[in-house]
Design a protein. Sequence first.
Length: 385
Amino acid sequence: MAQPTALLHGERWPVQGFESIQPGTFDAATVVFPNMAAYRARDWTRKDGFIYGSHGTPTTFELEARIARLEGGLHCLLSPSGLSAIALVYMTFLKPGDELLVPLNVYAANRVFITHELAAWGIHVRLYDPTDLETLEFSDTTKLVWIEAPCSTTFEFPDIVEIAASAQARGVLTALDSTWGAGIAYRPFELGVDIAVQSLSKYANGSGDTVMGAITCNDKGLYEALKLCAMRMGLGVSARDAASILRGLDTLCVRYRAQDAAARFLVSELSRYGDVLRVLHPSLTACPGHTFWQRDCVAAAGIFSLVFQERFSSTDVDRFVDGLKLFKIGFGWGGPVSLALSYGRSVVSAEPLEGELVRISVGLEDPEDLLADLAQGLRLLPSID
């Protein structure tokens, strides 16, 4: 056998009988079928065989199984990003003429997709106030209700149970962005929702180096519809990225609770600066929806927002952010390094915000060090004349 042929067709090292802490990473685009009968029996919705890299590998199937268990669901589908997971839900279950109900304070990237793509496809959108469910109005064409718990910038926490029950009574699907909960703070399906969408780039990954999303559900029919739509769009994730998320899951519970505790410490301390700012976090009684968070959750994540008094300009607040030593400037949350990012005054929220908003993502630094850094940053603000 010639050397090039021998290199390609030599016997492979057996993997049976080998076990390690982390599951194996199986990279694949082309998957080899043992015979034509196996090829003809292929089914994109099943996980008892392999078809092509975008269908899945042992590595991605392992991650899907773990995310399903984490969320308390039965079926999970990975997607290239959290936003692509959101878009996949919309494209699977909405068609021209259908209506989508979405909270007015929905994640900004979600809003942009709705405004541009869904509107252009003839899908009607009705906004509701998640803090006032009298505004949750259904019609004969309503097919899907989107829920965020909580809003990822202003942290209003909705009554998920009531929204899900209202939708179910009308035969309408509900989909929940559960990224903040991460499978730790609450169990989506125990609250009555049909679909849970999570950006695994955040807490699941925990390192800030991998982008991925996941969709979890209990109903097999919903899963199969999502899987076939993903197949037709050619969506898939790499095994190496999946392996990165799998490693992150090993420490998810410990990291989440540590960042939750640190955030609550900071929130409590910063609430004393009432003459300078307002603090937004579901654990605070003044936060809209606090009672629903208290009823439905066992944790509160590691992100919160600061709303500065109206007298401070964007230049003032930028000076505060730029002056922080430990907090880096960037999108995202759930990673090891703390982040701060100014959103200005244009944030859409259930309650009007009069001043500049800065979102804080708490990392794994010592909470006392983080507090000292925020305190010295606040001293950079101009004093009252």
